[in-house]
Design a protein around this ligand. Structure first.
Ligand code: FAD
Length: 287
């Protein structure tokens, strides 16, 4: 089922995002975690696409396998990095043949070692161009795009970033999934600003529960999201994984509960191929 219909049919949609494991044992472990996660009745599952297209075949195979094994709608992420238009078309053809319902359409980050995004030969420069290509040539797919409550790190201003998000929606995106954030006020302001410029598709908060301080410091540095000082202070109180897991999960539980009270259309969990944190949060909320 495509994302437009999924969000129209449910008042609240849970979704989980995984990434392609490097090894067969990693894949076995992932499927046992997803088995646990699907007991929470997610509306769909998504699978990321590696930098520079490095996990292309794995993404396709894993997304198709998730659909086969769990019988849920799925979305393959796809980026423009290093790919010509025809290579993107070829991926989309194969995704359609594999029964994949939706695409999370992204520009992608520069490959590691490079600091600036470079358009591939006969490739696409921005995600709005990928959305337009999918809409024109593969109308069967539902389309999600990325949104940035704290503004994308390369954007020249918050206003231009928002206009660029509107371009993606005007090109045909059905839903916006946000980058991770740890202060709900950033999401609230972002949602208001989206509404004020006429973005009317569902805006779904992306939540990455913190389970380890050094890991989240690495991730937020890469994607430009901020970690509130008070949260870092609590996490740093003990150099102990169980403590950091508890503080992180409690923070995410409050975030999710508050966001639900604010009437969000769903929560997209970045689960990092594990189930415990999402399951603990959902158990606590009792949804
Ligand atoms: P765009 O929307 O193209 O924006 C990139 C930058 O260019 C922004 O600063 C924007 O303001 C500006 N811009 C956009 N359009 C225009 C235009 N027409 N003219 C001028 N400026 C413009 N990365 C991966 O490699 N694999 C994944 O699977 C993946 N999944 C993700 C899932 C989600 C939900 C999110 C939020 C991000 C994901 N990312 C993934 C990260 C993403 O690739 C990076 O954040 C990337 O830097 C931007 O991608 P984008 O699609 O948002 O780019």
């Amino acid at each position: 089922m495509d994302l437009a219909r999924i969000y129209a049919a449910h008042r609240f949609c849970l979704s989980f995002e995984v990434f392609p494991p490097k090894t067969a044992s990693g894949e076995d472990s992932l499927f046992s975690h997803v088995e646990r996660l699907v007991t929470w009745n997610p509306a769909y599952l998504t699978c990321t696409y590696g930098a520079g297209g490095s996990t292309q075949e794995k993404t396709l195979g894993l997304t198709a396998r998730l659909k086969r094994e769990f019988g849920l709608p799925v979305a393959s992420h796809l980026t423009c990095v290093g790919a010509s238009r025809n290579e993107l078309r070829s991926y989309l053809h194969r995704a359609a043949e594999a029964g994949i319902d939706n695409i999370v359409a992204l520009r992608g980050d520069p490959p590691s070692g490079e600091s600036v995004f470079r358009t591939a030969a006969d490739g696409l420069s921005y995600a709005n161009e990928l959305v337009a290509m999918i809409r024109a040539e593969f109308p069967r797919f539902g389309i999600a795009v990325g949104g940035y409550p704290e503004t994308h790190q390369e954007a020249s201003s918050p206003e231009s970033d928002l206009q660029n998000l509107k371009r993606k929606v005007d090109a045909g995106a059905d839903v916006v999934i946000t980058q991770l954030f740890y202060d709900n006020q950033d999401f609230v302001r972002f949602r208001e600003r989206c509404t004020s410029i006429g973005i009317s598709v569902p805006i779904v908060p992306g939540i990455l529960p913190i389970t380890n301080l050094s890991q989240i410091q690495r991730i937020t540095k890469l994607c430009g999201a901020k970690l509130p000082e008070s949260l870092v202070k609590s996490l740093s109180e003990k150099d102990d994984e169980a403590w950091q897991y508890r503080v992180g999960v409690e923070h995410a539980t409050r975030q999710v509960a508050d966001l639900m009270a604010l009437g969000v259309p769903g929560i997209h969990f970045y689960v990092l191929n594990k189930s415990s944190a999402a399951v603990d949060i959902l158990s606590c909320i009792g949804s």
